[in-house]
Design a protein around this ligand. Structure first.
Ligand code: BMA
Length: 366
């Protein structure tokens, strides 16, 4: 039994704050999406999300994006339903590339977003941009000058403002009224991306986030973005807030938390994962109430899911009592046998995922 009754007042506040749903219709796509998420939280629902669903899955991918009606989904093949939240990845858009860093054509990404929205689903977008200073990828942490170089006064500021953000703005604008949970500069409490904790100062990180927000929202006038801030788990409330860019530019407080299987086996690893998740979600819940923001588990998962009852015995009990709007598991790579985070047809742990999808408070797309 979840705690919908306790958090319903919070959702009420949020509804009032983002467009007075009881007085007049929501005005912007962003308001509408926030209202939808608030309503789900008020009911005690948790929406399930899957990264890159519709674009590809375990050992298959969409070949012809124009002809394909995007009806295939690993999640649907197992549960009969599409995920409620579709995660999509924009890494490479800043370079003007035709396809993302995961080789998904940006036309397909746009079509997947529109198709999913037309089916009644919600879209979220992440961004793993390349390292503009070294020419490496998002994981290139060889320089701690990258964020600084993009900010005002930096050698790459012009590139950032007049090329990177323009390309991002063009793509997001091309989605029209489709609302998007936009989640740039994520997992910044770790130091595995060039915008991570040891790679820039707190102020530089905040400036990076705020510069991105100001360009897309103020300069471009985009009204379809719900802004999600999502550091990694394993942090204190102070650490969460130390790089928080501000209530005026964040709509959704998120958190990424994965399970990694340790040599002591699935049971011990699952226990540690669940304990840390509960600890992190308790912190997030308190911060969400304090800042009047919805909260979510923006990324989670166990690669290859060797624990065949992970969904109902590990993940669900860890999240069920928290007012998170959604929980999203990462992608099922089409070209790597073990890089998957959701079951696919024929996977031996599929039954447990189906059971998870049938839980009363876990919502897929009906
Ligand atoms: C990572 C992995 C990578 C991928 C990246 C961006 O976690 O899945 O293979 O390129 O996300 O989607």
């Amino acid at each position: 039994m979840r705690i919908a009754r306790i958090i319903a007042p919070l959702a009420g506040i949020l509804l009032a704050a983002c467009g007075s749903a009881d007085k007049k219709a929501a005005e912007t796509p962003k308001d509408q999406l926030l209202n939808t998420l608030s309503a789900a939280v008020a009911k005690g629902d948790i929406l399930y999300g899957h990264q890159d669903d519709l674009c590809y899955g375990h050992a298959w991918k969409v070949e012809d994006w124009e002809a394909d009606s995007l009806t295939r989904s690993d999640v649907k093949a197992v549960t009969g339903k599409y995920p409620a939240i579709l995660g999509l990845e924009l890494g490479g858009i800043e370079m003007g590339d035709k396809a993302s860093l995961d080789s998904v054509d940006f036309n397909l990404i746009r079509k997947a977003a529109l198709t999913h929205a037309q089916r009644g689903g919600i879209v979220t977008m992440s961004w793993h941009p390349r390292n503009p200073l070294t020419g490496g990828d998002a994981w290139d942490v060889t320089s701690d000058q990258v964020v600084k170089s993009l900010l005002e006064g930096g050698e790459l500021h012009d590139l950032f403002m007049n090329v990177w953000l323009v390309r991002m703005g063009d793509f997001l604008e091309s989605l029209g009224d489709i609302p998007v949970i936009f989640r740039p500069w994520h997992e910044n409490s770790g130091s595995w991306f060039w915008w991570g904790a040891r790679l820039c100062t707190e102020q530089e990180y905040k400036d990076l986030f705020r510069t991105t927000w100001t360009y897309l929202v103020k300069d471009r006038g985009l009204t379809n973005l719900v802004w999600c801030y999502s550091p990694n788990s394993g942090i204190s409330p102070d650490e969460y807030m130390s790089r928080y860019p501000g209530d005026d530019v964040v709509d959704l407080m998120g958190l990424d938390h994965y399970e990694f299987l340790a040599p002591d086996g699935a049971e011990a690893s699952g226990q540690r994962f669940a304990d840390e998740l509960r600890r992190s979600l308790s912190i997030l819940q308190a911060l969400g109430i304090g800042h009047n923001k919805l909260i979510c588990l923006s990324e989670t998962g166990l690669e290859s899911i060797p624990d065949l009852e992970w969904w109902t015995k590990v993940l669900y009990p860890a999240i069920a009592d928290y007012p998170i709007a959604y929980a999203l598991t990462w992608r099922n790579a089409h070209d790597q046998a073990t890089h998957f985070y959701a079951p696919w047809e024929g996977f031996e742990g599929a039954a447990d995922f189906k059971a998870f999808s049938e839980l009363e408070d876990i919502k897929f797309l009906d």
